[in-house]
Design a protein around this ligand. Sequence first.
Ligand SMILES: C[S@@+](CC[C@H](N)C(=O)[O-])C[C@H]1O[C@@H](n2cnc3c(N)ncnc32)[C@H](O)[C@@H]1O
Length: 239
Amino acid sequence: MFPSKNTYDECAVEYAQMMTRQEKTGVEPNSIMARFLQVVGDVSGLTVLDAGCGEGYLSRILAQRGAHVTGIDVAPRLIELARTKEAVGQINYQQADLSQPLPAYLEHFDLAASFFVLNDVYDYRGFLRTLGSVLKQTGRLVLFMNNPYSLMVRGHTTDYFADSGQVFPYRGLAEAGVKVHFYHRTLEEYLTASFAAGFQLEQLVDVPTPEGSFQRRRETLIPEGYHFPFFTILSFRKA
Ligand SMILES: C[S@@+](CC[C@H](N)C(=O)[O-])C[C@H]1O[C@@H](n2cnc3c(N)ncnc32)[C@H](O)[C@@H]1O
């Protein structure tokens, strides 16, 4: 069984190395990041929170596109590495648990963007409440996540409903030395929590696994040549 606490700090260096390898190729046109940025839209001049910024992968991309970026993550070593990778000091990095209130940033941001974080947050309801509170009125939240339905086709679980709340290891990341875990909740639970936090859903995007960009995992139940949305983007407006 994996712990409920965040373990990214224990493998921060391995995670940062993995992201450095990924970053070398830039944002490729058919990549999942390109799809995410398309939904995020023009960020030039906007005050943007990168929620769960890790070592700053998305923060750097948003800053290059003209956003005023604050990157926040619960893992102190990832924040240190993020600061090292961005020597100019253009990005404001802060260590904080986004499941807890963040009074210093009340109604501060035009946009909160979050890439591969929601599944990893233990208290996802608190996380969504905090994001609601730090956005300006009518601000936007765009989340990229592992589609909860993909848990079944990836062979993690045989009971989508009974296993909600359970914790599972990330197998692909573990192969890169990054021993971290995620939580399963149903899509219904995520949406209910988002609405309770004061968000209105504007767009749901099913993101297919791009050809060749992910090694097909042995455990998947999807036969070769079939297409399935392993990822989902949720775009909300603060109501
Ligand atoms: C898969 S990583 C993604 C990091 C980054 N967005 C990226 O794309 O490289 C998930 C991140 O969520 C962070 N995280 C998990 N729970 C959090 C919380 N309660 N508050 C802030 N960050 C959190 C982890 O520390 C980790 O950096």
